[in-house]
Design a binder for this molecule. Sequence first.
Ligand code: ATP
Ligand code: MG
Length: 140
Amino acid sequence: MATERTLSIIKPDATRRNVTGKIIDKLESAGLRVIAQKRVRWSQAYAEAFYAVHKERPFFNDLVAFMTSGPVVMQVLEGDDAVATNRKVMGATNPADAEAGTIRADFAESIEANSVHGSDSAENAAAEIAQCFSEGEIVG
Ligand code: ATP
Ligand code: MG
């Protein structure tokens, strides 16, 4: 298995409920290492740019409003097959479909307020990491 990096975001529903540590524990227990991390409040422009791929989707405006409704914790995760490993521990987008023990099964409130983001390919991971962190903020 190849060592890879992926972008993870703990979303405002989770920061609001003070469960960031419990979520990070699940990521670390799955073999991922947090090699960069920062807690920030996204502006509308930042959220629109980050989710630009979804701008034609009917839920886009609601998603931007949700992602700017409170702090988020952005992190770079490193590990074997980090993109797929992170997606597996996150669980399905809709918590109703998420496998038991996954982050979304245990913490998500709804298909929108689903506690975490994870890059969906190595290519998107590289682009999202570059969007959220400077090289000097990543310490592997
Ligand atoms: P993420 O990109 O956040 O890791 P994902 O890849 O599982 O999640 P996407 O299809 O990329 O899901 O959707 C991005 C985000 O948009 C979802 O995580 C969720 O917060 C929101 N979302 C997706 N589908 C819906 C929907 N039908 N209604 C409301 N919000 C949605
Ligand atoms: Mg996605």
